[in-house]
Design a protein around this ligand. Structure first.
Ligand SMILES: [Zn+2]
Length: 232
């Protein structure tokens, strides 16, 4: 039975919020977008299918490729981290989640990224012998991780503040804790020694930038002794 488990909430504003309090940002593509605009503008001024046009078309393609490599690299590093650091990783079942959540341009784009990350996560799970388990996503945001009472929460409400038991936590962290509890239930673990909520209140959220993940290869703030011993 896995002891080290984590729930991951995939979000629109931040890419990942996990039940251990890590909030991992989205990649910043502002430089690449500027460059892309410039190269595309230049392409539009070239004579169609001329040699110059062809050279410029390749430049545009290079920027696109750089952006998708950066995304891919980022997701692989995150997936590697979670599947080596934990014995079980719980995520929401995206086939169900997509039907529940309101659609919109930002969300549709985010969803493509979530599906892709979920696939990468499962791949690393198999490789690193970590269970990657999908859980029922309905109500993970509304539900209080401490007492289970549901409260309506529009997207702009970033804090979970339970009217019933008074439990307060960042919105997505609360959701990640619910995802973790559901995953543990799926595995047949009903009572663990420390409930996720007790662990959560003991630490602060640590925000990790996407850039850090890309550069350091993981969202860990310090080199974890656990990760080191498993690697070695
Ligand atoms: Zn509550």
């Amino acid at each position: 039975m896995p002891e080290d488990t984590v729930g991951i909430d995939l979000g629109v504003l931040t890419f990942v919020q996990d039940s251990d309090g890590r909030s991992v940002g989205r990649l910043d593509f502002s430089d690449e977008r500027k460059r892309l605009e410039r190269e595309q503008r230049s392409l539009s001024r070239k004579q169609y299918e001329s040699n110059n046009w062809e050279t410029q078309r390749r430049r545009v393609a290079t920027v696109h490729a750089r952006m998708s490599n950066k995304k891919r690299d980022y997701k692989h590093k995150l997936a590697h981290y979670y599947t080596t650091e934990y014995e079980a990783v719980f995520v929401e079942d995206l086939n169900v989640k997509s039907m529940l959540e309101a659609s919109g341009n930002a969300r549709n784009k985010a969803e493509v990224g979530w599906r892709n990350f979920s696939t990468i996560l499962k791949h690393h799970g198999r490789k690193n012998e970590c269970h990657v388990i999908e859980v029922e996503p309905s109500g993970t945001t509304k539900e209080c991780a401490s007492c289970g009472v549901e409260t309506e929460k529009p997207l702009w409400v970033r804090e979970h503040s339970c009217p019933s038991c008074g439990f307060e936590l960042e919105r997505d962290w609360n959701a990640a804790l619910n995802i973790q509890s559901r995953g543990l239930e799926n595995l047949g673990v009903v009572h663990s020694e420390a409930t996720p909520v007790e662990t959560a209140t003991a630490v602060d959220t640590s925000e990790v930038s996407a850039r850090r993940v890309v550069e350091a290869g993981s969202p860990a703030l310090k080199e974890s002794p656990k990760a080191t011993s498993r690697a070695g």
